[in-house]
Design a protein around this ligand. Structure first.
Ligand code: TRP
Length: 382
């Protein structure tokens, strides 16, 4: 049996470098590795609507933003099926059947959903015009299990916050297969291999890069915007004088370097460490860290270097995005075709599911059998 990837993002905003190091970069590598038979990347508009029911326009606008970000970051429609979730109606049917295999209590224990409910301020009691939790939002882990299983995905490359969804999916698969017979494929999560990439903090040092906190560097930011954000970044608040020893742990500039810096960058951007007062020659990030800890290495130098390193990754993405922005019909055609391909794949799984659940009454052969069975029961003539 082949190896199949499914993953995706909610279209609620442009993608940022947290998405990039947390999953997008890996997806492109996996796509180009040749190790996977099929790769599906989904723009999860239906999931985005579970907490944006009153703002469909936001979701509609961001579908194209995310598609542009995907393709400019290197997802290639020749190798990867990029599609829109809502256009694959089979997913909602699967969700409806999976709903029966999950308890309310189990959903209430999902730590990611719990945290999201808190962040969105959904109230426990929805009296007094306070907004309670939408049922669709509360249940989205089940719909996510449908997304994954519909494509018989073996591998789901995602960020750490998605771990509870994959676990929920695995439980649904086991339950389904034990009740109805072997049908669905149990997926594996594929997490980023570098700790800094697991959860890239915001430019303000807060735990997560998030649009609502205004601490993101977007893939589509201009070089000027990136530099302004890097300049404003948090470092070590105790590092007051250049000569003071500095802390690397919890220092956001170093966390970003951990996520983006490669040894070749020292050759390419070594000039960042040549100053009027002090100059350094580094060959690895470990050497930079050691010098920073010892003192004498200023924040401006490391920010200059980080800026160069970030732009090394972002510039080609920006250029491709500009090109794609000039050919919007092409981008929509990719999404339309991708959605068609995805739909055909999901339909096959739905057929398997209905057969296993024995709710395929009108499939060829099944109807004859049903008529025979019921006629015998009633002793009626055939
Ligand atoms: N929950 C994911 C996010 O918030 C999006 C998503 C929906 C997804 N369905 C999925 C991710 C299936 C992986 C697999 O970004």
């Amino acid at each position: 049996m082949g190896k199949i990837i499914l993953t995706g993002d909610r279209p609620t905003g442009r993608l940022h470098i947290g998405h990039y190091v947390g999953s997008l970069r890996r997806r492109v590598e996996l796509q180009n590795s040749g190790l996977y038979d099929k790769i599906f990347v989904m723009i999860a508009d239906a999931q985005a609507l579970t907490d944006n029911a009153d703002n469909p326009e936001k979701v509609r606008q961001n579908i194209l933003e995310v598609a542009l970000d995907y393709m400019s970051a290197g997802l290639d429609p020749q190798k990867t099926t990029i599609f829109i979730q809502s256009q694959v109606s089979e997913l909602t049917e699967l969700t409806f059947f999976y709903n029966n295999l999950v308890t309310v209590q189990r959903l209430q224990r999902n730590p990611t959903v719990k945290q999201e409910i808190k962040m969105r301020g959904f109230s426990e009691d929805d009296s007094d015009n306070k907004a309670g939790t939408p049922v669709g939002f509360f249940c989205y882990p089940i719909s996510q299990a449908a997304d994954i299983t519909a494509f018989k995905a073996t591998t789901v490359p995602v960020g750490e916050d998605q771990e509870p969804m994959i676990e929920q999916t695995r439980e649904i698969v086991r339950k389904f297969n034990s009740v109805y017979g072997p049908t669905l494929v149990e997926p594996e999560i594929l997490l980023p291999d570098n700790a800094a990439c697991l959860r890239l903090p915001g430019t303000d040092g807060k735990a997560k890069m998030s649009k609502s906190l205004g601490n993101c560097i977007y893939l589509s930011d201009s070089a000027e915007e990136v530099w302004a954000k890097v300049k404003g970044m948090f470092t070590d608040p105790g590092h007051l004088q250049v000569s003071d020893p500095g802390k690397v742990e919890g220092n956001t500039v170093f966390t970003y370097l951990d996520a983006f810096c490669r040894d070749e960058h020292f050759e390419k951007f070594g000039d960042c460490f040549k100053g009027r007062k002090a100059s350094f020659e580094f060959h690895s990030l470990d050497e930079v860290k050691a010098q920073y800890r010892a003192g004498g290495l200023g924040d401006m130098m490391i920010k200059n270097f980080l800026n160069a390193v970030l732009n090394d990754t972002l510039e080609p993405i920006r250029t491709r995005r500009k090109e794609l922005e000039q050919d919007i019909p092409y981008v929509y055609e990719v999404l339309r075709k991708g959605s068609e391909t995805a739909r055909a794949a999901a339909a096959e799984t739905l057929t398997d599911v209905k057969r296993s659940m024995r709710i395929n009454y009108f499939d060829p052969g099944v109807l004859d059998e049903l008529i025979k069975e019921q006629s015998e029961k009633y002793g009626s003539q055939l």
